[in-house]
Design a protein. Structure first.
Length: 406
């Protein structure tokens, strides 16, 4: 009988073990989840976009006259001094080539000018002869007047004739000088480009030295090689790289949230750490810009000044790319929840909180938020644990197991 009882007990025990194993095998395992703890701390809400640096005062040096610009004596990065450093040299440009018709016309003008010069020389000779005769006549009249042979009036007429002939001679000499200048002008029109280039290179006084208008460094050279330029053509840009400002083009829906004096964080510029800046100006007018996706956007230019020490952004120069985040709201001690823990449940925000190893659906009220965290206005307390990025396996009441931190 004892053996029969033992066999029965063994059968019952085996059956219990089998049933327990089946229950254990079929019992749902906890869903592994990532969790985060609700905490308190500073929270910033920012708007931002890609921006660029630029020198606050850029001087664009233009050609003061038309001429032949020589190869630039400066290189990008050279230090220049206001009123002393030569940044460009301009020589007279070469004349145009003459075609056969123009050359014939100019030669005809030279011939006419030479004839006019000979005519003027003849007039000078005639005026000189008449003056010499008038002077001799005056001398004879003076002798006759001394002996009372002629009247005083006749003597005065002789003197008047001399003065008149002297003025005529001066007029003829002036006309001759004009004709000679006209001849030189006519001959100058026949100068060919090769001849003028040689003459320009021979004379150092013919050039115009363009000097730097301000102290700083060469930022950009618009025209590096020798070429012909017109007046007003930009030649070189000069500025002080230490006097930088930051420009960012924000969407208008973001720009209306920004006010002058707002703090900003400059990141993504390649330096070892981020640095701070302050909004100085928001342009009153926007402009249309087409995005890389072909979308027409209305944007506004916002200008910022770096506020960190120069050593924090020493590597930045003119026209460098940066990423700007402007702080439009800040709290020193906000209750924070990771943005990845939030989801929509109807019209409300909700999270899955972890309590006693199970996921519990909770509705929460959210205040300000940024790209990473949101301000909790109600529904959660510091120290509560929530599930971050819950999968479709997580539901209200489901057993969960937090993953160990990596």
């Amino acid at each position: 009988m004892w053996s029969t009882w033992r066999r029965g007990a063994a059968v019952v025990l085996a059956a219990a073990i089998v049933i327990a194993g089946g229950v254990y095998a079929l019992w749902p395992e906890p869903v592994p989840v990532d969790v985060a703890v609700i905490d308190r701390g500073p929270l910033d809400v920012t708007v931002g976009d890609e921006g660029r640096t630029r020198v606050r005062e850029v001087y664009v040096v233009s050609a003061p006259i038309a001429g032949r610009l020589l190869r630039s004596p400066r290189e990008v990065g050279d230090t220049v001094e206001a009123g002393k450093t030569v940044v460009a040299v301009i020589q007279p440009s070469m004349p145009q080539f003459l075609d056969e018709r123009q050359r014939s016309e100019e030669r005809a003008r030279v011939g006419a000018a030479e004839a006019a010069e000979r005519l003027a020389e003849a007039e000078v000779n005639r005026a000189s002869a008449e003056l010499s005769f008038a002077i001799r006549d005056l001398n004879r009249a003076q002798g006759l007047a001394d002996t009372k042979v002629i009247s005083e009036r006749a003597l005065e007429e002789a003197r008047l004739t001399v003065d008149t002939k002297r003025a005529a001679q001066a007029s003829a000499e002036a006309t001759l000088a004009v004709r000679r200048q006209e001849l030189e002008s006519a001959r100058a029109r026949l100068i060919e480009p090769d001849t003028s280039a040689t003459a320009a290179a021979a004379g150092a006084d013919c050039c115009v030295d363009v000097k730097s208008p301000a102290d700083g460094e060469v930022l950009k050279i618009d025209l590096k090689s020798e070429q012909v330029v017109s007046a007003g053509m930009p030649l070189i840009e000069i500025g002080d790289p230490a006097d930088l400002e930051i420009v960012v083009e924000l969407l208008t829906i973001d720009a209306v949230k920004v006010t002058p004096g707002d703090r900003a964080l400059i990141e993504g510029w390649g330096g070892a750490s981020d640095f701070e800046a302050k909004v100085r100006r928001i342009d009153p007018a926007g402009f249309e810009k087409v995005s890389a996706l072909g979308i027409e956007e209305q944007r506004v230019t916002v200008v910022l000044d770096p506020t960190s020490d120069r050593s924090a952004w020493a590597g930045l120069g003119h026209d460098y790319r940066v990423f700007v985040r402007i702080v439009i709201w800040h709290a020193d001690d906000a209750v924070r929840v990771p943005l990845g823990a939030l989801f929509r449940d109807g019209e409300d925000w909700a999270v899955f909180a972890v309590a006693d190893g199970r996921a519990t659906l909770r509705h929460v009220r959210i205040g300000h938020r940024n790209d990473l965290r949101a301000e909790v206005a109600g529904g959660l307390e510091p120290g509560d644990t929530v599930i971050v990025h819950p999968s479709d396996r997580v539901d209200d009441g489901v057993r969960v197991a937090p993953r160990p931190p990596e």
